[in-house]
Design a protein. Sequence first.
Length: 267
Amino acid sequence: VGGRVADRVFDILRTFPLALDLGSGRGYIAQHLTKETIEKLIQVDIAENALKNAVESEIPTVSVVADEEFLPFKEDTFDLVVSSLSLHWVNDLPKAFREIHRVLKPDGVFIGAMFGGDTLYELRCSLQLAELEREGGFSPHVSPFTAVSDLGHLLSRAGFNTLTVDTDEIQVNYPGLFEVMEDLQGKCSMGESNCSWNRKPLLHRDTMLAAAAIYREMYGNSDGSVPATFQIYYMIGWKFHESQARPAQRGSATVSFGDLAKIDGLL
């Protein structure tokens, strides 16, 4: 996903003197960027250990430990802000978007990626069915995710214009449910579980075994593996500047969509 965010940066044909990577982790975007596109990069994350173990980049980089909701930068500082798969951990997403808009220069651009609402639907459904069957109720075990319609509204309310939001899906196959959960929680990769304060602290063994069976029965592949789907929302928003293109006034069009059928004759 960091590479796909970087691709969207390359689509904008300009050089960014100063960029901010918000929730940078170990530098998942920076390793795909070049010094010809980004002259200097500030990497911000609330996890100090992630910044200390960041992957080296050819871009001159400064690391700052900070909260996404309280960015320690002056207004109109950055030409570009990027973020890859960290904003779903933010407690107050509207405030985080307002902070991003505040630190951007006029005509600056925000390019980000977030998990979408259908992320891990196989795992969530299997756990819920198993808990309902074995315990008579269920509790969320995966962090909540936003919907694509909400994302557009939040960016607009924060002050961004010329918005673009598109979706993508990445499917990863695992041997079974337990491997999915180990990878999500764990020692080697994502560190993703449920951040809600009211979450249930544990799952009973019988419930876990039932969930694994349901997962394989409902979603299993022919080779015995099970899929885990990650829905990704990519967003691009610009901070207003007088030089930016604006939509024409309503009713000013000189061509009708009805004329499309006649286009061959017109040409």
